[in-house]
Design a protein around this ligand. Structure first.
Ligand code: KG4
Ligand code: ZN
Length: 355
């Protein structure tokens, strides 16, 4: 079945997301992409408070669904995809239960979607309804870096559905490091965008001047593809507590943000390029909320051009880096032959609370 309407649902963290994707002869058109953000609610906790997020998902799901499907007769939905992990357990269940009920009511198949795979496949979303899917066999093997608030993983991708985890964070995720550093600096939640904003304001006095603050680049030169970001966050904390430099608070924050951001970028780029060289990757694919970072996107491009210029570089459109349900719908579309029953015991869960 090539022509179909695919509904995507994602409640893996603090956003309630429902989207509708129409496929027609290998062209995909986004019919709707609705996200109800809970950022303001969680901001006062400096992170996501799972049980509060669950309550909001219960309240928001029917409204978000109605909005996403307002221009279509719901009986015309052919396939439903829902994120069933990894994510925050109380939140995941809300989307899974909602999608399960809907699939039973509409008698339409349900595909369970892995959130990390969805972040990778976000690269194949195009907003131009006339364009063909960008997927090509020539991209593989690919080294994918998924960097979000909950995950930092390097994945060797041999094709859609064929993945091998080659490295991951041993403690905090890169996005979590942005969030925690922002909390230490009193900048609010989520930390990534605000740290990027402050970092962009830091103006060196000479062109090549680097921030005076020097933070560690944890595990950067180790011979593996793993990451560690909790030490970086601790370094920010100690530095902020002990620093006696005579600069205004405004300038200090800007310089600290520039250095935190650069430390994270240096490690991510170094390890990903090393993996791409070692595995002779034909492409590097980014995904996840941190991939929305302008400096990361730019510096990755420069480094790839300089060191491995024949390697293709894929990054999702900024709005498809952070959580959304279009990426879930496109993943379900790619896996449409494999309608999977959701196994209640197998929902993958991040045991750690994110605050
Ligand atoms: O993928 P995502 O929306 O949710 C998870 O699956 O976790 O990622 C959210 C994370 C947050 O930690 C947020 O601070 C980070 O992505 N983030 C950014 C930027 N935008 C969002 N980090 C750095 N720079 C950004 N521009
Ligand atoms: Zn995500």
């Amino acid at each position: 079945m090539n022509n179909m309407n695919v509904l995507g649902v994602d409640t893996s963290c603090d956003d309630t997301c429902v989207a509708l994707l129409k496929s027609e002869n290998s062209k995909l058109e986004i019919l709707s992409n609705v996200i109800s953000s809970q950022v303001k609610l969680h901001a006062k906790y400096g992170g996501v408070y799972p049980f509060l997020a669950k309550r909001e998902h219960i309240k928001n799901l029917p409204l978000v669904f109605r909005k996403a499907t307002k221009n279509i007769d719901v009986s015309k939905i052919n396939l439903i995809g829902v994120t069933n992990g990894p994510g925050l357990e109380p939140c995941l269940w809300q989307g899974v239960n909602f999608a399960k009920d809907l699939s039973e009511k509409l008698k339409k198949p349900l595909v369970s979607v892995n959130h990390i795979e969805a972040h990778i496949l976000a690269n194949f979303i195009s907003e131009n309804p006339k364009s063909y899917i960008l997927y090509s066999k020539f991209l593989f093997p690919s080294v994918c870096l998924v960097v979000s608030g909950g995950h930092t993983q390097l994945i060797l991708m041999k094709d859609i559905g064929k993945y091998e985890l080659i490295g991951e964070t041993r403690d905090d995720a890169a996005g979590e490091c942005f969030d925690k550093a922002a909390r230490i600096l009193g900048l609010g939640y989520p930390g990534g965008p605000v740290i990027a904003q402050q970092a962009a304001r830091w103006k060196p006095e000479t062109r090549n001047q680097k921030p005076e603050i020097k933070l560690p680049r944890p595990m950067m030169y180790q011979k593996n593809y793993d990451f560690s970001f909790s030490g970086l966050k601790t370094a920010v904390l100690y530095r902020v507590k002990s620093d006696k430099r005579q600069v205004t608070r405004e300038k200090y924050i800007q310089e600290m943000c520039a250095e935190v951001q650069q430390a994270i970028i240096d490690v991510l780029i170094h390890k990903t390029i090393k993996a791409a060289k070692d595995f002779k990757a034909k492409s590097i694919i980014l995904g996840g909320g941190v991939a929305a970072n302008d400096e990361l996107r730019k510096q990755f491009k420069e480094k790839i051009q300089k060191e491995i210029p024949n390697t293709k570089y894929l990054i999702p459109d900024i709005k498809f880096c952070t959580d959304n349900a279009v990426m879930v719908a496109i993943t379900a579309y790619f896996h449409r032959q494999e309608v999977k029953r959701i196994n209640w015991k197998k929902v993958e869960v991040d045991a750690n609370l994110r605050i």
